[in-house]
Design a protein around this ligand. Sequence first.
Ligand code: SD4
Length: 397
Amino acid sequence: MKAWSRRKFFLTTLAGGMAASAQKLFGATVRSVNATAPSEDEGAPEPVPAQANAARGTRPLIVCAANGFQHLDKGMDILKKGGDTLDAVLAIVVEVENDPNDNSVGYGGLPNEEGEVELDAQVMHGPTRRAGAVGALKKIKNASLVAKCVMEKTDHIFIVGDGATRFAIAEGFAPMDLLTPKSREAWLRWKAKSSPFWAPGIDSPNWSYPAAENHDSPEKQELEEWFRHVVAHPPTGTINCLAVDAKGDISGTTTTSGMAWKIPGRVGDSPIIGAGNYVDNEVGAAGSTGRGEENIRVCGAHTVVEMMRKGMPPADACLEALQRISHNFKGDKTRLTEFAIQFYALNKDGVHGGATLWGPAPGTTANYAIHDGASAKQMPFKALFDYASKPTPKTPQ
Ligand code: SD4
């Protein structure tokens, strides 16, 4: 084992343990410990500079993926009225599940390879230490609410596939077609890429090879660009949302349509407790968006919460999870460049942080969203690797 060693990890956690015992961990600002950074053999400088002290937090606070930004007020209103943290995060993500224009969550999410939208979601309620989840849920747009229903109405935590759909219908959720005209068209384009039979044949007046594209307006051209992009490079999206209220109670949820064009039945990280989302009411909460396969392999959200338990500031804890993902590839950037992944976190004090594997391209930004009780704000992610060190991906982007 090279320099990113177990020894270094244990030293890190030991330092955290010492910091924790020297000071009250939560309910007070704690001294930060060093985040473990990529070692030289993995091509990045080390260590990530630790902040002298974690920034002071604020409560109530909501953290979420950027696609929830415009709905943050709804969740904060609930917290300000003394409502429950789980109701607050659900009020936000349900809006995104209902939005036909978000192609990574709920209605309008891009489907599996057979053209069926399959949703994954989970909830965790800190004060009661309960959880609920659904995987590969079909025909029901509010997967997060079905996950809550699993938590509240059953003796189980995780229901998947047709069983999840039947459960939801039994509980009164209305089944519907989750494809929008746009997401259906995107799926048909993807099919046409791998089969010449999904395009007009030689007997058709519209026959051409490859299939003709119609660019008769700028809007149409933009749509064609988008189709080309999502066909070539299955997009990711998803929403994770975390909240701490004025008393310090915490909840979190993650909901998604998962990876576009996936094999039917594939379940990602989002509904997996400890991967796509994790809450410990005494410590904090964390969640993730991006390539779930990599997150599952490091139990990312749980890792972030455990790092915060040791006293690490949320952003550094997120970087630690990303570092473990990098380590699974021995730091090989030619592989790491092929995907994106982000972590989000808040601790019980209301300190927040977020980190992404790759920094944004010049002239662009990579943000997560928060509401600190005063207003909704975009916050820049910390990045494990600078964009400047990113190799060109081999798969079309
Ligand atoms: C998954 N993590 O199913 C989800 C997808 C996602 O940004 O987050 N995309 O792997």
